[in-house]
Design a binder for this molecule. Structure first.
Ligand code: PEP
Length: 251
């Protein structure tokens, strides 16, 4: 069931408006011919214009972040209900850049997940270890700890609204990719953890995607791993030809 891939473009704080609209149009056209679930996460101000250029394409509109509170005096924040109003379907939560540069703790990640789910948004939960943790051999316990903390308030009924993105920090934007075997090993561990926390069936149906310097040259090998269900793509998603080649990656 889960072998339909989920491939999400994380544009981060890149592109101007014209570039974003043009790229969205191309991705939308490509997605219509793709058997996979395709998503785009533009910057907040571009959500609406990008969504206009995605009309009828089936591409999931994603935001890169969501506030951990409902509404009120939180200057600079964007709430889950405001995102829903714009037609956002899914949100990235716990990206390592947010954890590192904006001090997002596991507790904040947990609140964001809860609020997103309460508003009917899907969640792409990002987890991943630093190079230091990997070199110490602690990567698995760290990643599973992040998952257990983040999913604490998530019921079995809500789990199908979650997708987990395993993104080793040392592979993000560095050009270094985890080998397909390394990534697969972690995805297996994550799926086993979900089976323990929930049920084997829910674990089998969960999409676990990989992120970290995915490009056209390594996507196919990653996608042939039985437990890698797609990719969260940063740098390569800004390049039209690269991203469309990734979308065509064989399973
Ligand atoms: C990301 O930031 O989610 C990411 C995977 O970036 P990159 O593909 O550039 O490593």
């Amino acid at each position: 069931m889960r072998k339909k891939l989920t491939i999400v473009a994380n544009w981060k704080m890149n592109l101007d408006l014209d570039q974003a609209k043009t790229l969205a149009k191309v991705i939308g056209t490509e997605a219509k011919h793709s058997p996979h679930t395709v998503g785009i996460a533009p910057s907040f101000p571009f959500l609406l214009p990008v969504s206009e250029n995605l009309q009828g394409s089936g591409v999931l509109l994603s935001s890169q972040n969501v506030a951990s509170t409902e509404n009120g005096a939180y200057t600079g924040e964007v709430s889950a209900s405001q995102l829903k109003d714009l037609g956002v379907q899914t949100v990235l939560v716990g990206h390592s850049e947010r954890r590192e540069y904006f001090q997002e703790s596991d507790a904040i990640v947990q609140q964001k997940i809860k609020i997103a789910l309460d508003h009917g948004l899907g969640v792409i939960l990002c987890v991943g270890e630093s190079l230091e943790l990997r070199e110490r051999g602690d990567e698995e316990s760290f990643v599973l700890g992040q998952i257990k903390a983040a999913l604490d308030p998530v019921s079995a009924e809500q789990l199908p609204s979650i997708c987990i993105a395993y993104e080793p920090i040392w592979a993000i934007g560095t050009g270094k990719t985890a080998s397909a075997a390394e990534a697969e090993r972690m995805h297996v561990a994550i799926r086993e953890c979900i089976a323990t926390l929930y049920t084997k069936t829910l674990a089998e149906d969960l999409s676990i995607i990989y992120g970290g310097s995915v490009k056209s040259g390594n996507a196919s090998e990653l996608f042939t791993q039985p437990n890698i269900d797609g990719a969260l793509v940063g740098g390569s998603s800004l390049k039209m030809e690269e991203f469309t080649a990734i979308l065509k990656g064989k399973v």
